[in-house]
Design a protein around this ligand. Structure first.
Ligand code: MG
Length: 256
């Protein structure tokens, strides 16, 4: 069921999203060669807690028998790790790496979700282009995030933009509605047909999140039961914001 948020619920969403973005900013400041993803995880968690939020990803159930609940406050995914990387003291960032941080702040009953891919030291021009295309794919998508348009219009715009730039989208995972639950209806694939899917209405809050692979779209899952990797070891990037559908232009809640 797709939920339409009331005015007071939207205010709570705004606050959770504001904190999620603040946590990203603190992580960004700390990114350097030699820091571990576990240290970044702590910075994000401390920032969220400082503002009265909790990291909603921590303890998120895997839904798979024998696979632990998610242990991190954030997902931290380096280079060919596309998404759902588990923060670790052994996950050391090195010069030339790119790292995607995906986090969700939960406060007063509502969730705010955003992801960014950061560069570590001197990265290749190709890695920089991948990150830019991934980010721009989000903005191409939300051009269609308007009252009366269909969900497929967003998916189509993202998928076409990524394809035009010679990259692949991750097809097995998608964006989602968000609110009281981290994952609500509808699912929002990063590819698809325009003119299909539900009609967008003011009060919908959606997490739009292009996950982009520089090489072929084939993937595998790590032995931890969470992490998703590119099979050809090509780089990957992730960019996500929580947005609000309004009477006019969409509002991006996880950006200032
Ligand atoms: Mg996310």
């Amino acid at each position: 069921m797709v939920t339409i948020k009331s005015k007071s619920e939207i205010e709570k969403m705004r606050e959770a999203c504001r904190i999620a973005n603040l946590a990203q900013k603190e992580v960004e400041k700390a990114i350097k060669s030699g820091i571990s993803t576990l240290e970044l995880d702590k910075i994000a968690e401390n920032t969220m807690r400082k503002y009265g939020a909790i990291p909603a990803e921590k303890g998120y159930p895997s839904g798979i028998k024998g696979v632990m609940d998610f242990p991190g406050a954030v997902c931290a995914s380096i280079n060919d790790n596309i998404i759902h990387g588990i923060p670790s003291k052994y996950g050391m960032l090195l010069d030339g790496d790119i790292v995607s941080i995906d986090l969700v702040a939960y406060k007063d009953g509502f969730n705010g979700d955003c992801a960014r891919t950061y560069t570590v030291g001197n990265v290749s021009d190709e890695a920089k282009r991948l990150i830019e295309v991934t980010k721009q794919a989000f903005f191409e998508g939300i051009k269609f995030a308007k009252k009366g348009n269909r969900l497929g219009d967003i998916s189509h715009a993202i998928g076409e933009y990524v394809k035009e730039n010679g990259y692949s989208v991750l097809k097995e995972f998608e964006g989602h509605g968000i609110g009281r639950d981290m994952h609500e209806d509808p699912g929002i694939p990063n590819f698809g047909k325009a003119g299909r899917g539900i009609r967008l209405e003011p009060g919908m809050t959606l997490a739009i999140e292009p996950m982009v692979i520089a090489g072929k779209p084939d993937i595998y899952q790590g032995d931890d039961g969470w992490s998703i990797w590119t099979l050809d070891e090509s780089l990957s990037a992730h960019y996500e914001n929580t947005i609000l559908i309004t009477e006019n232009e969409p509002e991006i809640l996880t950006l200032e």
